[in-house]
Structures are given as structure tokens and as C-alpha cells.
Design a binder for this molecule. Structure first.
Ligand SMILES: C[S@@+](CC[C@H](N)C(=O)[O-])C[C@H]1O[C@@H](n2cnc3c(N)ncnc32)[C@H](O)[C@@H]1O
Length: 211
């Protein structure tokens, strides 16, 4: 909800985020996705692409911390978690979370991932979105281009049976992105969180159980 000056401070999700200490209202989108698909189950090595200002990192840290205790059994578990966030923008520090300031589509980022995570990643999150120009068509195409780069990254660095959550925008090239995404995972879900703004064409692709 915004007032007639476009002031988002009347937005209930914005208010809730402020009250609950989240840096952005997008925290609730990730919480919605978690509630539905349990994406954080046994996730200890997590990469968050496009993480500024850091609300997904805040949510991620909470689940990763819980996982250390919750999944301390004979199956896949870790005594510590590794969380890496990356963004072009500056992100205020979060204790026990590493944050890189760079463009994750740059080839050098691949080397950073390899040296940072000791092995493959359990969960890759991307709420990354291109700078909106106001032209829905070109914004859509740019976002789709970004999504292909993220998918390539996941093909290399996400573990077998790992999970990828990625934001995209619906439009002309959406179906072909889905066709490329689908064969890489056993299950592909599309999800529009309740907290997404109604007029927005954003949608999240949730790839479960990477092949
Ligand atoms: C909607 S915000 C993410 C919000 C975040 N999930 C949170 O909850 O705080 C999208 C971010 O993606 C980042 N981004 C887009 N393309 C990027 C790229 N190629 N490399 C790094 N960051 C990128 C933008 O700088 C922006 O901060």
C-alpha cells in the first residue's frame, strides 16, 4: 500500500519488516518460499546473489543456525554454516556472514566461489534484479539474461539434489527460460509470494533436487 505520493511507508510489509528488524520487506518473500518448499532443509552452504540490503541474508542466517542443531544426526550435517552474499551495492556487515561487493556475472566470481565454499553449495538464492528503466519489455529481457547467467552458475556450483531459488520477470522470453531451467532439476515450482506487489510481474522459480 502506498499513498498518492508513492510513499511505501504505508505498506504493511514495510512496517512489519521495520518492527521485526529486517532490512527489507523482501524477507517475507523468502519466508513464504521457505514455508512452502522447505528450501533450507539441511542447507549449510548457502550463496545469496544480489543480497543488498541484506534481509535474505538475515533470514538465511537464522535457518542455517537452526540447522546445526536440528540436523545433528547420522545423515548429511555440518558443525558450521557458510553463507556468502554478493552484490554490486554496499551491504552493512552481518556477523558470521561474508559479503562480497562485485558483479556476480564477472568470470572472476567463479574462482571466488570455488575458493570460498569447500565443495559444492547446498542452496543458491537469487533475488537479484536488474535496474528497472521503466520499460517493462527491455527490463524483462535484461532480467532473463541475468537468470541464464545464474542458471549457468548453479549448473557448476550447486550440489546434486541442491536447491535454486531465482527471481525472474514474466514476459515474452519467460517460457524459454522455463524450458532451459526444467531439465536441470527433478522438480520445478513457480511461486508468486503473497508479499509481492500485485502489479509486479516478478515471479520466483524454485528448482528442487538438482540433477
Ligand atoms: C531486490 S534487491 C535484493 C534484496 C535482498 N534479497 C534483500 O532481501 O535484502 C536486488 C539486488 O540485486 C543486485 N544485483 C543485480 N544484478 C547484480 C549483479 N550482476 N551482481 C551483483 N548484484 C546484482 C542489485 O544491486 C540489488 O541490490
Amino acid at each position: 500500500m502506498t499513498d498518492n505520493k508513492g510513499n511505501h511507508k504505508l505498506d504493511p510489509h514495510y512496517q512489519k519488516a521495520k518492527r521485526e528488524g529486517y532490512r527489507a520487506r523482501s524477507a517475507y518473500k523468502l519466508l513464504d518460499i521457505q514455508k512452502r518448499y522447505n528450501i533450507f532443509k539441511r542447507a549449510f552452504k548457502i550463496l545469496d546473489l544480489g543480497c543488498a540490503p541484506g534481509s535474505w541474508l538475515q533470514v538465511t542466517k537464522k535457518f542455517a543456525e537452526d540447522n546445526i542443531i536440528k540436523y545433528n544426526d547420522q545423515y548429511y550435517h555440518r558443525d558450521n554454516y557458510i553463507i556468502l552474499g554478493v552484490d554490486i551495492k554496499n551491504v552493512s556487515p552481518i556477523e558470521k556472514v561474508d559479503i562480497l561487493r562485485m558483479d556476480f556475472t564477472e568470470p572472476i566470481f567463479q574462482n571466488k566461489i570455488t575458493s570460498y565454499f569447500d565443495g559444492k553449495i547446498d542452496l543458491i538464492l537469487s533475488d537479484a534484479s536488474v535496474n528497472k528503466s521503466g520499460n517493462k519489455f527491455t527490463d524483462h529481457l535484461k532480467q532473463i539474461h541475468l537468470c541464464y547467467a545464474i542458471l549457468e552458475l548453479a549448473k557448476i556450483h550447486l550440489k546434486y539434489k541442491g536447491v535454486l531459488v531465482m527471481k525472474t520477470f514474466q514476459g515474452s522470453d519467460y517460457d524459454s527460460l522455463i524450458r532451459t531451467f526444467k531439465p536441470e532439476f527433478r522438480i520445478l515450482k513457480t511461486y508468486k509470494p503473497a508479499s509481492s506487489k500485485k502489479r509486479s510481474n516478478e515471479i520466483y522459480l524454485v528448482g528442487l533436487q538438482k540433477k
